[in-house]
Design a protein around this ligand. Structure first.
Ligand code: DAH
Length: 356
């Protein structure tokens, strides 16, 4: 630091300029960037060899009458420098404390990357998209309860007690026997019955929802899963209407290079019945591990509504005709997003879910 001007006292002036001392001290303090530098600056500004001490010593060379005033001004300058110094020290200490806190901070949030906005689970998004496709084709959306009675889940669907087909749908019972057997529904087909009971034909409806089975989870099965049911009841409905509806849906949802095919099958509530398959989305029909080299993936079942079902809900099978279908929403999600193992949907690893 340049020492303050000592003017030699020709004019019997104090010889030092206390304001200049303060001003240059402030400059020195402002140039410091760390507490260590500040300690050094303190020695330089107030220490034995400082300009301030030299100015005090220079007081001796002044006229005795001028000394008290010059001394007072120098003391004032010292106090001012000291207060600037402690202000600067506080500033550094505050900064250091903040840095230490920041470094010690425990990050308890799971993800740091912005933006942390929620969104619908991919299976729910599929459900909404499927609904949209069917609504676009003129269908309405209906829903039914997940805890269902034996009547709706089995009996009205042409599966009387002890019918062997019930074996395909092993489930979890909530109430057994009188007054009514209640279970977690094994499929969305009972909503067909509820719809036919509550409103007359014509019916063009899809019914999405959760279903339950005592299945062992594997890459393509989970015990709690989602289905979307379809039901059309009107006059003069044919199997061609069913096949056309299924194909229209398939290309609308999966894309123009994916097609559907129906293979003869059996369901107690449809006659004839078919299995609904689509081109394997992984290999585009060429044959791969996922589709067991067949080029096709099964999505669900369908068929013409069995006359026994119409009778169960009091509709005349000679007057009304219809088709029904039901397929897995989770399976659709898996196919659409080419996911090898369905269980990732429910492991709830947000890192995975965020990618889909
Ligand atoms: N409910 C059947 C199941 O879960 C799927 C099904 C097959 C639904 C044929 C239908 C149908 O509506 O007509 O396996």
């Amino acid at each position: 630091m340049t020492p303050p001007p000592v003017t030699g006292g020709e004019a019997r002036s104090p010889g030092v300029d206390p304001e200049a001392l303060v001003a240059s001290a402030v400059e020195v303090l402002e140039a410091t960037t760390t507490l260590t530098e500040l300690d050094e600056a303190q020695t330089e500004l107030l220490g034995k060899r400082s300009a301030l001490v030299r100015a005090h010593q220079a007081l001796a060379s002044l006229e005795p009458a001028q000394r008290p005033e010059a001394g007072r001004r120098l003391n004032e300058a010292r106090r001012s420098i000291e207060s600037h110094l402690s202000e600067r020290r506080e500033e550094f200490e505050r900064g250091e404390r903040a840095a230490r806190l920041q470094a010690d901070r425990l990050d308890l949030t799971e993800v740091i990357a912005p933006p942390l906005r929620g969104r619908l689970h991919v299976v729910q998004r599929t459900r909404v998209e499927l609904e949209d496709v069917f609504v676009g084709m003129g269908f309405v959306v209906a829903e039914g309860p997940e805890a269902e009675t034996d009547w709706y889940n089995f009996e009205a669907l042409n599966m009387p007690p002890a019918h062997p087909a019930r074996g395909m749908w092993d489930t979890l019972y909530l109430e057994l026997g009188e007054p009514e057997t209640v279970m977690l529904r094994t499929h969305t087909s009972p909503v067909q019955i509820r719809l036919m009971e509550s409103q007359g034909p014509p019916i063009y409806a899809v019914m999405p929802g959760k279903c339950y089975r005592r299945d062992t989870p594997d890459s393509r099965h989970i015990p709690t899963f989602h289905q979307i049911e379809g039901l059309v009841v009107d006059r003069g409905i044919s199997f061609a209407d069913l096949a056309g509806t299924i194909e229209t849906f398939t290309t609308a949802y999966f894309g123009l290079d994916i097609h559907s095919r129906l293979r003869p099958s059996y369901f107690p509530f449809t006659e004839p019945s078919a299995e609904y398959e689509i081109t394997c989305t992984i290999c585009k029909g060429k044959g791969c591990r996922t589709c067991s080299q067949t080029g096709w993936i099964e999505l669900g079942g369908c068929g013409m509504v069995d006359p026994a079902v119409f009778e169960a809900v009091g509709l005349d099978p000679d007057e009304w005709t219809g088709f029904a279908f039901g397929f897995g929403i989770d399976r659709c999600t898996q196919m659409r997003h080419e996911i090898p193992d369905m269980r990732v949907f429910f492991d709830n690893d947000v890192r995975v879910l965020r990618q889909i």
